[in-house]
Design a protein. Structure first.
Length: 263
């Protein structure tokens, strides 16, 4: 499965579109000027972004091309470019839109009292987001879309950690560590679902087909640790159960470490 990267669009155009509903000068006004006075628009940027997300959800990320999206919306491809300059800006808009779907309390809004419960809420909402939009696992956000959806997630995690008594740098580092862990694990979980859907084969079935590895090729002398775990029944879980258990273990230990640092 090919991977695409966010943050590849033109900065000025991307920022204007990402923040189109959060400023006095909207991107939609610019679009209206491009089309010319007197022509009543049949679409707006929100329509285009939502249609792109729906296409990617239903048919995969590749389906949400400018041509495919124009066909879905019943407009010419050149018309679509008057709303979104290119596929790069479109991808940023789609990613930030789904990031903003997470129900994370903003400043002054009710939230769990315990900081760990606040992180757990981020974890649940992020994993659920990736499950709704499996194509997110095919998007590298090393250079993220710097829109309201992305910033809302950053603000929420920082606010959850502020009361721990960590320094400013440690607070930011801890929040980034949580983001890295949760988002990466959620992406891998979604990618696993995509692979199973694309191949029609479960991951457990894939491993079962390769059972000859253990009978014919596995050398116990070269893999003593794996052999010890095997004899102690450490490999009894299904691939999905193992992934869930390792995620829970890792998040708990990460939060334990942050809490111990704050003591």
């Amino acid at each position: 499965m090919s991977e695409r990267r966010s943050g590849e669009g033109q900065p000025d155009k991307t920022l204007a579109l990402l923040w189109r509903n959060h400023s006095n000068s909207t991107a939609d006004e610019s679009v209206d000027r491009k089309r010319g006075a007197g022509r009543r628009p049949s679409l707006n940027v929100d329509d285009v972004v939502q249609a792109g997300i729906q296409l990617a959800d239903d048919q995969g990320l590749a389906a949400a091309s400018m041509g495919g999206l124009a066909k879905e919306l019943g407009v010419g491809t050149m018309t679509l470019y008057t709303y979104v300059p290119s596929k790069d800006e479109l991808l940023d808009l789609m990613v930030d839109q789904v990031l903003g779907e997470r129900e994370l309390p903003g400043p002054g809004e009710p939230r769990p009292e315990d900081w760990r419960e606040q992180v757990e809420l981020y974890s649940r909402q992020t994993r659920a987001m990736f499950q709704r939009h499996l194509w997110l696992s095919q998007v590298s956000t090393i250079r993220p879309p710097v829109g309201p959806g992305m910033l809302a997630g950053r603000e929420y995690l920082l606010s959850a950690l502020l009361g721990l008594g960590l320094g400013a740098l440690e607070t930011n580092t801890a929040a980034l560590a949580i983001t890295t862990y949760v988002d990466s694990a959620a992406s891998l979980e979604a990618e696993s679902q995509l692979v199973e859907r694309a191949t029609g084969q479960s991951n457990d079935a894939w491993w079962y087909e390769r059972n000859d590895l253990w009978e014919t090729y596995f050398d116990v002398d070269r893999h003593p640790a794996m052999t010890t775990i095997w004899h102690a029944d450490g490999y009894q879980s299904s691939t999905r159960e193992a992934a869930a258990d390792s995620y829970r273990y890792g998040l708990d230990r990460l939060l334990d470490g942050i809490e111990n640092t704050a003591l």
